[in-house]
Design a binder for this molecule. Structure first.
Ligand SMILES: C[S@@+](CC[C@H](N)C(=O)[O-])C[C@H]1O[C@@H](n2cnc3c(N)ncnc32)[C@H](O)[C@@H]1O
Length: 280
């Protein structure tokens, strides 16, 4: 039984970091002409209404994307991200809709690129299938994303950006993510693997990274934003992206992005970091 629904969280501070850097990653990959595949292991519903009950109930987007919406001092990566969100709102000045990862990627994919989306929740997978009906470059699968990842690599294109964005509802999800990524990497070592992670319990999160760091995989970058100090009592205090094989210059763009976000979205005593956890 899946209880997590991304509609409650769409556009929150974690989405801002994740989606702005996802967008910059695709831009860096598209500097090369060769086609690639985008694999989303946990795709969600594709897009969200911020006026719907879900978003209104938590109001999380108000402490996230809404804080950047009217800002006139955004650094380039965040201005680019807000441009994408604005486009999803039909270029309106009103922030009413929020694009999930599949929609952000869909706006940017070239005709020669393709995407594979996995989603297990029946309502969300139906919404996704409707959104992308008739789009030949998009495959929507009602399937487990981690198993789907193993089946999808190595891709024909030999170039891929993989977003692994689980809801981490079950404690074992952390370990399962690490094991699956290592397995995928063994089959396809040149892919870009972007793992989104929450910090709810610091030891749990770091245990996942310990497995990855001990795996022998090189080039692992941590990009993290804490909005409050670590605490095992008060929900998610930080979120980040753990990127294997980040394209050249993603670290610099991440520094520029987190520097601004730490000022704009901090809720008291947070910190940001961009750290090479495993080098060349
Ligand atoms: C954090 S949300 C995804 C958000 C989306 N990637 C975005 O950035 O817009 C996680 C999603 O994973 C789905 N999910 C949970 N377990 C799954 C599994 N084993 N395989 C695929 N999807 C799963 C949930 O239903 C939920 O929609």
């Amino acid at each position: 039984m899946l209880s997590y629904r991304h509609g409650y969280h769409a556009g929150n501070y974690a989405d801002v970091l994740k989606h702005s850097l996802l967008l910059q990653t695709i831009r860096l990959l598209q500097k090369k002409d060769k086609p690639f595949v985008y694999i989303d292991t946990h795709a969600g519903a594709g897009g969200y209404s911020l006026t719907a009950d879900f978003a209104q109930k938590t109001g999380e987007y108000l402490d996230g994307v809404a804080k950047l919406w009217q800002a006139d001092d955004l650094p380039a990566p965040l201005a680019d991200y807000i441009r994408a969100v604005r486009l999803f709102n039909g270029d309106s000045d009103q922030l009413a809709y929020y694009p999930g990862s599949p929609s952000i990627m869909d706006m940017e994919l070239r005709p020669k690129d393709r995407m594979v989306l996995h989603e297990l929740h029946t309502t969300d997978v139906d919404t996704l299938s409707q959104q992308f009906a008739g789009e030949r470059k998009v495959k929507v699968l009602h399937a487990d994303g981690l198993q789907g990842l193993i089946a999808a690599v190595p891709p024909l294109e030999r170039r891929a950006l993989v977003l692994i964005d689980p809801s981490y509802e079950i404690k074992s999800d952390y370990e399962e993510v690490a094991i699956s990524v290592i397995e995928a990497y063994k089959r396809f070592a040149t892919g870009v693997y972007m793992i989104w992670y929450p910090v709810v319990n610091r030891e749990q999160t770091e245990a996942m990274f310990d497995i990855l760091k001990a795996s022998g995989i090189k080039r692992q970058l941590r990009i993290e934003q804490a909005i409050r100090p670590d605490s095992n009592e008060f929900g998610m205090t930080a979120a980040g992206l753990w990127v294997i094989n980040p394209p050249w210059q993603l670290d610099t763009l991440a520094e520029e992005t987190t520097r601004y976000l730490s000022r704009c979205l901090d809720q008291g005593g947070g910190a940001t970091q961009v750290t090479w956890e495993v080098g060349e």
